[in-house]
Design a protein around this ligand. Structure first.
Ligand code: DX5
Ligand code: ZN
Length: 218
């Protein structure tokens, strides 16, 4: 499982998605992380599948879609049509996590499952064999620019141990408060996909992504 950096478009300039996607592509990042928020599951509203479809016309990057919406299974077809590659859904957002993940796979996307900082790993244990990616939120979802919650690292370690125990091969992603210091902690705990929003967009994008990569090699 190679390391992957996933700049979050949430921290970009929404009036210039095409340019921002192009800039992300030029950093050599493996993924672009796309946060869909409905104002219900989280207090913030970002954008939906139609915007993802428009983005697809301007980019060949892997679209790593993180759904912070209630009943995400409602958007499986729309996101598949929009050209999403990975669809990651919260166990807290649906009564049917198993069925919803099956639906995502059937639609031809990679399936991811995610838990909030206050949700235990036990909630995703029954679906680990179904997923391509497990996302451990390292902040409470809804907004960029929040401080990393160190207690979440225990869950990264626990998921990595379960993966080994069960001989599985999903990626482990972390999202929220990732910078050149916290990325090292997350990597050491077992994560290999690193979402970063405010940290990479706050300065020169190329330089900030390069700093993250250097931190991974330290
Ligand atoms: C938060 C989102 C994140 C966000 C991370 O709800 O899921 O993807 O963009 O932003 P930073 O890196 O600024 O914490
Ligand atoms: Zn996210």
């Amino acid at each position: 499982m190679g390391n992957k950096i996933a700049p979050s478009i949430l921290a970009a300039d929404y009036a210039h998605f095409a340019e921002e996607l192009h800039r992300i592509e030029e950093t050599g990042a493996e993924y672009v992380h796309i946060d869909l928020m409905d104002g219900q599951f989280v207090p913030n509203i970002s954008f939906g599948a139609d915007v993802v479809a428009s983005m697809r016309k301007h980019s060949k990057l892997v679209f790593d879609c993180h759904l912070m919406v209630v009943d995400p299974e409602r958007y499986v077809e729309a996101l598949a049509q929009a050209g999403a590659d990975i669809m990651t859904i919260h166990v807290e957002a649906t009564r049917h996590i198993h069925g919803a993940l099956q639906k995502i796979k059937k639609a031809g996307m990679k399936a991811g499952v995610v838990i909030n900082p206050g949700t235990p790993v036990a909630m995703l244990e029954p679906v680990l064999d179904l997923v391509d990616q497990v996302l451990i939120m390292t902040v409470n979802p809804g907004f960029g620019g929040q401080a990393f919650i160190p207690e979440t690292l225990d869950k990264v370690r626990r998921v990595a141990a379960l993966r080994k125990e069960r001989n599985l091969s999903f990626d482990i992603e972390v999202d929220g408060g990732i910078d050149h210091e916290t990325i090292k902690l997350a990597k050491a705990a077992g994560a290999n996909v690193f979402v970063a929003g405010s940290y990479v967009f706050k300065g020169d994008l190329n330089a900030q992504v390069a700093r993250l990569r250097e931190a991974l090699h330290d």
